[in-house]
Design a protein around this ligand. Structure first.
Ligand SMILES: [Zn+2]
Length: 113
C-alpha cells in the first residue's frame, strides 16, 4: 500500500509545481496586459449582470403572471405534465413555453454550455 501512497504523493507534487508555473505565467500575462484585461473583465461583468437581470426579471414576471395550465403537457416530450416555464427569449417575459422538469433541465444545460 505504501507504494500507491508514494506514487500519489509524487503526482501531487508534480501537479502543484505545474500549477505554480501556470499561476506565475498567468500573473505575468496579467501584468503585461492589465489595462486591457481589466477593461474586458468590467465589460464582461456588466454584460453578464444585465443578462442576469433580464433573466431574473423574466422569470419573476412569468412566475407571478403566467399560470401553468392544468394538465398542460411538456412542449418537448409531450408526455410529462409541464411544471416549468421556459423562456426562449428573456427580453420577452410573456412568451413562455411549458416544459416538464426533466426536459427543462436539459434545455438549461444546453443553453449554459
Ligand atoms: Zn418533457
Amino acid at each position: 500500500m505504501t507504494h500507491c501512497k508514494n506514487r500519489k504523493g509524487e503526482h501531487q507534487r508534480r501537479y502543484k509545481k505545474h500549477w505554480a508555473e501556470i499561476q506565475e505565467s498567468n500573473k505575468k500575462y496579467y501584468l503585461a496586459h492589465k489595462d486591457e484585461i481589466d477593461k474586458y473583465r468590467l465589460e464582461y461583468q456588466k454584460a453578464y449582470r444585465q443578462l442576469n437581470n433580464l433573466k431574473v426579471n423574466a422569470r419573476n414576471w412569468a412566475y407571478k403572471n403566467i399560470l401553468i395550465p392544468n394538465r398542460e403537457l411538456c412542449f418537448i416530450c409531450k408526455k410529462e405534465l409541464a411544471t416549468q416555464r421556459h423562456h426562449e427569449d428573456y427580453s420577452k417575459p410573456d412568451q413562455v413555453k411549458f416544459a416538464c422538469l426533466k426536459c427543462h433541465n436539459i434545455l438549461k444545460r444546453q443553453k449554459d454550455g
